[in-house]
Design a protein around this ligand. Sequence first.
Ligand code: BGC
Length: 563
Amino acid sequence: MMVTIILALFATTLIQGMVCGAVYDYGAYDSTRDNFRPGTFPDDFIWSTATASYQIEGAWNVDGKGESIWDRFSHTPGKVDRGDTGDVACDSYNKYREDVQLMKAMGLKYYRFSLSWPRIFPDGTVAGGVNQAGVDYYNNVIDELLANGITPMVTLYHWDLPQALQDRYGGWVNETLVDHFNDYADFVFQTFGDRVRYWITFNEPWAVCVVGYGLGFHAPGIQDSGNSTYLCGHTLLKAHARAWHSYDQNFRRDQGGQVSITLSSGWTEPFDPDLPADVVAADRSLQFQMGWFAHPIYTSEGDYPPAMKDIILRKSLAQGFQESRLPKFTPAEIANISGTYDFFGLNHYSSGIVKDKVLTGQYPVFWTDQDLKSTVAPEWPQAASSWLYSVPWGIRRLLHYIKQHYNDPDIYITENGWSEEEADPPILEETGRLCFYMGYINEVLKAIDLDGVKVRAYTAWSLMDNFEWAEGYTERFGLHCVNFTDPNRPRTPKQSAGFYKDVIANNGFPEGAEVTAMVRSRWEECRGGPGGSNPSQRRALSSLLPSHRDVQLSDNMYNMYNM
Ligand code: BGC
């Protein structure tokens, strides 16, 4: 009986995926996709850079700040590469004025940064009291930005939960946090909302739940990927919706701002585009990354994606659970979460190739729930980060997919970037990052001009080198180099900062501009040259389709991380 139910569910999933039009048209291969396309972005296009509180601020125990889960995690031996911590990081708690000047020098008009919840509420709760020095700090940052003509875009949660909420409730697996997050959100809307018009509730719920509560590579370091991961996602969706409604009801009229969430997703290409099972698997992979949060928020039917609900139920029953490990929303909750957005915040870095593969396992695991294997093409240049490959056309496909599946929203790219290894002397002329930005920004332009995608903003990650989570300072994403061995943490522009400045000044690549000539002359070099920061780089930006069938499929599901 059980076997019949499982087979029936499996067949339904496959057929649903294939007949409901849910699956992207992977056949649409554009032979001109690797060509450079000159042109400019819309006049009101937003160019930005981003950072996050724990990654840059330092001052971890200064002026009344409470401990965060990342303070605790990085102080625990063995959790972060070399034992690096964010205790000082870029020292932006003291050097924020200098940071603003870096942005000004690049001609930036927007900046995305995050608030440290425990700097404002040391134990995470309003009852525990507000830390005025923390409020003063963010008031100063916001005022300094505005005085320099830079619009702040503020993330409420970029992973540094107050440790007290972890200790007391177990963190995001506990729905009590919905109330505490809402209290915190209300306070910051009230306090900073007279000057802040762009809000992001959560940065990358996928990473919070999969890496923090599943793999355990990030704080709080919990390894329970088949259960806690989904509970965490459930709470975050509710917390996001609650804060969105608070803003909508209490602040929108007076403040006129926008509130959304930032989701992370790679692009996934089927291993064999002619094999329906691989096509469905590639789509399923997107559902487990982006759809998990996008379907409940950005579709009118709401709720988790059918592909995710079906497969997790099937796996759960097979493992002897009475019901799905994916929690259920009530109809009222589904309605409450659906539509809680003002734009689509997207962090995108890399792409992957996915093959359908039935994975059986006695134990509940997020990865085996997906029934797929992922790999990459051998010609994709790799960054210093193990999960990051340069696949510029992937961003265009992903943007088009979002347009088609999530109600053609305004899309704000809230992160996109490239890492190189820490080096001595530091790498200031970074071919890999330059090629990455040229390719990805040009593909965003194509998405706007050729596919009609409403991309409103592009944000480079990151303004400067910073604390790269479990990798510490060994991987560098900055447009500016930071010397972490110097107590003054001096910042030095890299070549990519100059390139980005030129793109911003020209609003893209107009004919006749120096930056356009430069991209033209380097384009082929980026496509075929050895370039890049990683010595293992092979031919860049080449066509995927003719060669990917030779790829040795990887068993390492961690490749999926942060694609
Ligand atoms: C995160 C950043 C991180 C970047 C590079 C994103 O997932 O939001 O905090 O530094 O990726 O790994």
